[in-house]
Design a protein around this ligand. Structure first.
Ligand code: PAF
Length: 284
């Protein structure tokens, strides 16, 4: 496995793979890797001839300086896991290598067709501009055949599909296929996340109520309206000491707009557990 820190070297390695006609699997990450990432990487390695992973805590997608500062980073530990998974190339640049000063300072403009106006986009203004900025740059550099993303970040995945559709129409990213991968959970049901590292053992126990409530709500949905279930989920999670719901939205899985019908519905939640912001979602 080779660790690359410059765009020039990355471009050289990608060009060699492209020349040899190899299929390229790509998993973009922000490091602090866990079993959720490992499941994407295993798939990328098995479905492609060569596998690239990026490890980059992208500053332009953080709208909270403290969150950026506290984001867990351990490249050495991540590299060990990546090597054991059979990854060929790891791209781990500095922010200065990725962006010019202007790019760091000016929000990246993109037409989201409304997909950024709800949920994470509403709560974290500019977050998805940064995500699209970094992912489109990484796609340009890595030229993947397939790119793998987890469904835990449901809105992010919808936005990446939208971005790729728009870009493909403009002849960018070639035949790139975005592959959706299911949420990986701890045995307790807690959705795996790099942010879980910041939870104490006690908080981890408390946070289990989030996924338990979402799973229970699939049963409630059989005999109640969307509005009633939405309220019940919020009340149930808030009733647990140590948890506070920021939002729970039941939306159409394609438009991400609030829906009153169960067909095509997905429930997306953000909950504060202590100082840690956790997200999860469930299909109905
Ligand atoms: O999901 C993430 O970890 C990040 O948003 C991504 C896609 C790696 C972009 O920085």
């Amino acid at each position: 496995m080779q660790i690359i820190s410059t765009k020039i070297e990355l471009t050289r390695q990608v060009a060699a793979c492209v020349r040899q006609g190899k299929t390229i699997g790509f998993v973009p990450t922000m490091g602090a890797l866990h079993e959720g990432h490992a499941s994407l990487i295993r798939r990328a390695c098995s479905e492609n001839e060569v596998c690239f992973v990026s490890v980059f805590v992208n500053p332009t997608q953080f709208n909270n300086a403290e969150d950026l500062l506290k984001y867990p980073r351990d490249l050495e530990k991540d590299a060990e896991l990546l090597a054991s998974l059979g990854v060929h190339f790891v791209f781990a640049p500095t922010p200065e290598e990725m962006y010019s000063k202007e790019e760091m300072e000016q929000p990246f403009a993109f037409d989201f067709n409304g997909l950024d106006e709800v949920m994470e986009g509403k709560m974290r203004p500019g977050h998805f501009n940064g995500v699209v900025q970094v992912v489109s740059r990484l796609f340009d550099l890595v030229q993947p055949t397939r790119a793998y993303f987890g469904e835990k970040d449901f809105q992010q995945l919808a936005i990446i599909h939208h971005m790729v559709e728009r870009s493909s129409m403009a002849g960018r990213f070639g035949e790139l296929q975005v592959v959706d991968c299911p949420i990986v959970r701890e045995a307790s049901g807690l959705a795996m996340s790099s942010r879980n590292e910041r939870l104490t053992e006690e908080e981890k126990q408390t946070a289990v109520a989030i996924s338990q409530t979402l799973m229970a709500s699939q049963e409630w949905a059989k005999s109640a309206t969307v509005q009633a279930v939405q309220q019940r989920v919020v009340d149930s999670i808030n009733a647990v000491e140590g948890l506070e719901v920021e939002y729970y939205e039941i939306v159409d899985k394609d438009t991400l707009q609030p829906t009153e019908k169960w067909a095509n519905a997905v429930g997306c939640v953000t909950v504060y557990c202590g100082g840690v912001r956790l997200i999860d979602n469930i299909r109905y």
